[in-house]
Ligand binder design. Sequence first.
Ligand SMILES: [Cu+2]
Length: 377
Amino acid sequence: MAQMTAPPRGRLSRRLVLAGGLAAAGGSAVGATGALRAADGPAKSVSLDMCTVSSIPDHSAAHGAMMTVGDVDYARNGFDPTAMLTDWETGSVSTLPDGRTLRTFEITAEDKEIEIAPGIIFPAWTYNGRVPGPTLRATEGDRLRIVFRNSGSHPHSMHFHGIHSARMDGIPGAGMVGPGEEFVYEFDARPFGCHLYHCHALPLKRHLHKGMYGAFIVDPDPARHPEHAEIASSRLLGSAENQHWQELVMVMNAFDTNFDGENEVYAANTVAHCYMKSPIRIVRSRPVRIYLVNVIEFDPINSFHLHANFFDYFDQGTTLTPTLKTVDLIIQCQAQRGILEFTYKDHETGLYMFHPHQSEFTELGWVGMFDVVEDVA
Ligand SMILES: [Cu+2]
């Protein structure tokens, strides 16, 4: 909170937004929140009331906590970042005449205001009312049918990072869906890996940063990978090998709350500091696998750093052997993603931090804790 000089009128600095969160304790964030709520468009004049953060009595305490004050109303949002970590949408499953599995997903785009930090409301565009959208999960070789309806106010699409025909690409002229319309995307689930989908309407960066993205995970089919069948099985959702793992999905995102082309709030799975306030429980003896996706706009690079430990990394998840071994930090550019694998089995129990090594992102919300616990019966 050292930077409390007034910014140019009409422009809200990123530091001051964090200050707004911290200032909530003093009740001075209300004016700022009101301004942010109305900011769906060109940046408007923003109240400088937040500068009263300097009146927080215990200045050093504010520095030490480095967290938002207050709670986000998850019930009102309709999604909870802790539940999102393991919320796999596997669709409705049926069998095609040729014996293959058909997975059908139903996705609806809708405009929705969401709370991304205590008192900070963002006018999002969503898939199925949540940001990130549902984590779609399939098995290599499945036939996928995605019924996409647009109940939003703007044209949207679903562009999948995967292998498919031009007609199914979700770009203008191929699967772009106007308000009130519907389109069915259909293609095979391949290659296996940790992918993503997002809207590809123009202007692209606006549709992306408004919240139109989600993880798209294709599990390897062990029968197709006899040389690494056991590893492939461990990634096949629901298999005995897979159930030993603790799998989590984290979509690293950020929000430009005043539409100045920069982000003010950063997170994994949308809510600033959510995994600081609710650490992610890890059973010590079980290995951990994170499906990590970076969808931030405006900042070219994001990263993930694990404290007190190292991990193996599978860039884009398309291999069964690591592309990086024994690292404690990886970087991801926009739309890059990958799989992290690690274990705390030889560590003492306790809280272990993770965050990007862009310190500014950490200060503005993207940081969390693993709570490593003894085995539970
Ligand atoms: Cu869109």
